[in-house]
Design a protein around this ligand. Structure first.
Ligand code: FES
Ligand SMILES: [Fe+2]
Length: 331
């Protein structure tokens, strides 16, 4: 199974504020270890391994904009060139790079990398970023990013995994009409429920919600949107950062709408519930990944209720086709 989005995109690897001026930072990306560091206003990304004896350069330090290996003190500049070997009186800096470099850029408070050196297009940023205040949380789930994307876009686990918080697990369910369509960068499912969600979060914060949308973008970005009669009321953007095929970092941004201070208070009041739901999902996804690790031949069974699974895989393969599918669910 392809568990990564296609590599023809920019991917955010961390928040800009996590990269300090005087300290290199290790990040992982598609199974590769990368070190980020600043040289003045510029950010550089190099393979995180000293070519001398293989020590991670992220464990070293910065000296005048160059990265110093903690073992024998070799230094490297942002182009991956060796700039000094302490103790060699005849050292002359060679022109060629000793270390692989990656295209790196900064956009919307995030640092983005590209393995394919996609320098022509800026990173894709969901529309919601344009004008709204948000709060950012990060987390790690030791699971592949296809299963994580599916989990965030799936309604039918909420009764059992998030019992009482998102939905009650009672045999009495109500009808929901789901419509799956394509968009420029992926696919989305729109859910219109006959009744309100039965859980605590809906009773406390969501009595005005009439419609939900879950969206996947080809580069591994998820959007969850909740609408009231007046328009969008809450939005969550989740950046999936595939560190390896079994470990994914999540950068989660929650957006409040409107200018009323109550909207921001509401957003903050929701965080404990969001956190509990995250821990519940993390637990089930890591249990699932552990079981998959022990059974490489397992083929998941896809039914009509697994609305988004096929579209997540298509989106990750950059395969965006005109789509319109309708399905009734019981939620
Ligand atoms: S291992 Fe890096 S300088 Fe020797
Ligand atoms: Fe969940």
């Amino acid at each position: 199974m392809n568990t990564y989005p296609s590599q023809d995109h920019w991917f955010p690897v961390t928040q800009v504020r996590k990269l300090k001026k005087n300290k290199p930072l290790a990040v992982a990306y598609y199974g590769q270890s990368v070190v980020l560091f600043r040289d003045g206003n510029k950010i550089h990304a190099l393979k995180d391994q000293c070519p001398h004896r293989g020590v991670p350069l992220s464990t070293g330090c910065l000296k005048q904009g160059a990265l110093e290996c903690p073992y024998h003190g070799w230094t490297f500049n942002g182009q991956g060139q060796l700039t000094s070997i302490p103790g060699d009186p005849h050292f002359r800096a060679p022109k060629h790079a000793f270390i692989d470099t990656y295209a790196v850029c900064e956009a919307h408070g995030l640092i983005w990398l590209s393995l394919n050196q996609v320098k022509h297009n800026p990173p894709f940023i969901p529309q919601v970023h344009a004008s709204h205040i948000y709060s950012t949380q990060t987390g790690i789930i030791e699971a592949n990013c296809v299963d994580i994307a599916e989990n965030f876009l799936d309604a039918l686990h909420t009764h059992t995994v998030h019992t009482g918080i998102i939905r009650n697990n009672s045999p009495k369910r109500h009808a929901c009409h789901a419509t799956i369509t394509h968009h420029a960068n992926g696919y989305q499912a729109e859910y219109i429920e006959e009744k309100k969600q039965t859980g605590l979060v809906s009773r406390l914060f969501g009595s005005h919600i009439i419609k939900g949308i879950g969206r996947i973008h080809a580069s591994g970005i998820l959007e969850l949107e909740y609408y009231s009669k007046k328009g969008i009321a809450l939005s969550v953007v989740i950046y999936l950062v595939p560190e390896t095929d079994k470990k994914t970092k999540l950068i989660v941004r929650t957006y409040a709408f409107g200018h009323h201070y109550l909207n921001y208070l509401k957003m903050w009041a929701m965080f404990p519930f969001q956190y509990i739901a995250f821990i519940q999902d993390k637990r089930i996804l890591e249990t699932q990944q552990n079981a998959l690790n022990n059974n490489a031949d397992f083929k998941p069974m896809i039914t009509g209720t697994d609305l988004m699974r096929p579209y997540i895989i298509k989106a990750f393969q950059n395969d965006i086709q005109p789509t319109h599918r309708e399905k009734q669910l019981l939620l």
